[in-house]
Design a protein around this ligand. Sequence first.
Ligand code: ADP
Ligand code: MG
Length: 301
Amino acid sequence: ATPTAIMVASGTGASHGVLIKGGDALEKAHKVKTVVFDKTGTLTVGKPVVVSAVLFSKFSMVEFYDMATAVEANSEHPIAKAFVEHARKLHQQKFESHTKAVSEVMDFEVHLGAGVGGKVGDRKVLVGNKRLMHASNVPIRPEVERYISQNECRARTCVLVSIDGAVAGAFSVSDPVKPEAGRVISFLHSMGISSIMVTGDNRTTATAIADEVGILTVFAETDPLGKADKIKELQMKGMTVAMVGDGINDSPALAAADVGMAIGAGTDIAIEAADIVLIKSSLEDVITAIDLSRKTMFRIR
Ligand code: ADP
Ligand code: MG
């Protein structure tokens, strides 16, 4: 396309809340045959709520919440925010006081796409998925497995909390899909574009969400670099690939994709890594962007 055509298209995009960072993305977007969607915060609203919690150990409910909250309070992850909020509400209900001091955490660590950890007093606390527990040699007993599978097949994400190397409790969160998600995926299909889900979450939960929105191909339990590898694999098959994501964990994939699209409400790092920013955070604008590219490219031929 001519520089003028690109300038005009960028202006049109901007007026629709589709921020295009360069001519390159605009020129490639019309060739996109596959759109890879992140799950949490991209296909889903990204505001999970805690819907259940259980104890599996000698620790009291108060101790469990104290230690888990101490660690999660340091995380930016939407699951962490949901848990902290849930704990705050519980405390408020129970003690009718609004504020509870959160315990201090030492050696806070982030395991991208798996969870977080740290020391609370002299106890080592981990909050995250099964993969995190396996990596830290924390055994998962049958009763814990049962809680996990019961929740995952209902599209909920399960989070395990280990204290000193044993699972002390768990909670599950529910994060509804965005209202437009199914519509957008079926519209993309009608444009000859297939949709794929890639997520750090487990296979059962991911598949349940994919079913809700009409996505047939799911890559689950993928870490941030694994997400980028999936993009590269598709590209090696000769496909032009778009990636839509919102998190730090999506930034390598956003950078690897031919067209990286960041959700406007997402993290700064994702927005930086992307070629296109969907300011309104609506998935409809994935179509707007591709459409704009098609119109721009075909006008000059
Ligand atoms: P997605 O790819 O769906 O956006 P992430 O890669 O951010 O998901 O996270 C993958 C999984 O890692 C989550 O589903 C959750 O089980 C776990 N996880 C990551 N960070 C946290 C955290 N702060 N607290 C609890 N669980 C976490
Ligand atoms: Mg996400």
